[in-house]
Write a protein that binds this ligand. Structure first.
Ligand code: ADP
Ligand code: MG
Length: 370
């Protein structure tokens, strides 16, 4: 649909951050971040508030100058190139539309610098508006639109000039949940159609999962983990990542036996043994945590073999329509969460001890520290 933008035929470019750092006085907001965004990739920076996402994005945008390292856009070093010469598309949480201009004029605005006839610019702006299903509101002013519509105008304005890369900082945070989900679908479809490189920032894990080719988990100005949504969800490298992307139970354990390429044998602090998927660097005797996702646990009436199970008591069982959410405690007192199919509802009763089991290949270990 977005013929005009694609028609101008600019290939998406990659972005590279090399040891990028940003210091504000005593605060090291971003510490030595190195990262490659591939041409055409949708990459999301995900992390809690204050983890350095916006600062990182602002350095790519040119609003902030790094205090160390460099930034490459394609084969060009843009570390010190002013914002208006980077030619990037940008969308923020606040729509930042010009209130005195019509929707169409807003979207035409970035094309001004490109010259060309007014007719051509108008056509391109209308095509961009069509891509976000707003061409019928072209003559309105921003104040006459809903929040979601204004954000779609901001989106059209960001990609109308076919920028080599689109930067988005929490663009959907101001919208309510259902509109946000709908906009996520739209952004995904647009990315597929336009094929541009996207660097996206959010603190919302579901949003990151729904949109991204790859996710960068940020923590305290550093990269905690990089990977596809599946990679990070299934193989978190730390307790932090496991908790930040999805919900996780932690079973404290000690490594009993490791052998290259074989499942790792663990002895559980709460008693019993378990085996977990092989990971690279652990040694016998090391204290670790086994990560168990709430959907991977199940309750067995009379477990045949003694491994891969922990005793738990669930004191709150809530019917959520598609599943039961059971929360309670492991024998050692740490909290645990289980999502149970309604078919298994009779296997569990509030306040009664049960054995929680899991398939070894669904569990992974991470270092013991929090
Ligand atoms: P995020 O977008 O992940 O919430 P930010 O990049 O906004 O995080 O902030 C990262 C850290 O840098 C925070 O501790 C924040 O307080 C600090 N910071 C951001 N901007 C400035 C500034 N202009 N001056 C001083 N500290 C700042
Ligand atoms: Mg931010």
């Amino acid at each position: 649909m977005v013929q005009t933008t694609r028609g101008s035929g600019r290939a998406p470019v990659g972005l590279e951050l090399l040891g990028v750092q940003k210091r504000y006085g005593d605060v090291l907001a971003v510490k030595d971040v190195s990262l490659s965004v591939r041409p055409g990739e949708f990459l999301t920076l995900l992390g809690p508030s204050g983890s350095g996402k916006t600062t990182t994005l602002n350095m790519v945008a040119g609003f902030e100058t790094p205090t160390g390292g460099s930034i490459m856009l394609g084969d060009k070093d843009i570390t010190r190139v002013p914002t208006h010469k980077r030619g990037l598309g940008m969308v923020f949480q606040s729509y930042a539309l010009f209130p005195h201009m019509t929707v169409l004029e807003n979207v035409m605005y970035p094309l001004k610098r490109e010259g060309g006839s007014g007719d051509v610019r108008k056509k391109r702006a209308l095509a961009a508006l069509e891509a976000v299903s707003l061409d019928h509101l072209a003559t309105r002013r921003p104040a006459q639109l809903s929040g979601g519509q204004q954000q779609r105008v901001a989106l059209a304005r960001a990609f109308v000039s076919n920028p080599p890369i689109l930067l988005m900082d929490e663009p959907l945070s101001a919208l309510d949940k259902s509109l946000r989900t709908q906009m996520q679908e739209e952004i995904r479809r647009l990315h597929q159609e336009i094929g541009t490189t996207v660097l996206f920032v959010t603190h919302d894990q579901e949003e990151a999962l729904a949109l991204s080719d790859r996710i960068v988990i940020m923590r305290d100005g550093e990269i905690a983990q990089v990977g596809t949504p599946t990679e990070i969800y299934e193989s978190p490298n730390s307790s932090f990542t496991a908790k930040f992307l999805g919900a996780a139970n932690f079973v404290e354990a000690t490594v009993a036996r490791v052998e290259a390429g074989r499942p790792i044998e663990l002895s559980l602090e709460a008693g019993g043994t378990a085996i977990a998927r092989p990971t690279s660097v652990v040694r016998a005797g090391e204290r670790v945590r086994l990560v168990l996702r709430p959907e991977d646990g199940f309750v067995e009436d009379s477990p045949q073999d003694a491994g891969n199970r922990v005793s738990a008591v669930f004191d709150e069982i809530v019917f959520l329509g598609d599943r039961l959410r059971c929360s309670g405690r492991f024998a050692d007192g740490s909290g645990c969460l289980l999502w149970l199919s309604h078919r298994d509802a009779d296997k569990i009763r509030a306040g009664q001890e049960v054995f929680l089991r899991w398939e070894p290949e669904r569990s992974v270990i991470v270092p013991a520290e929090a």
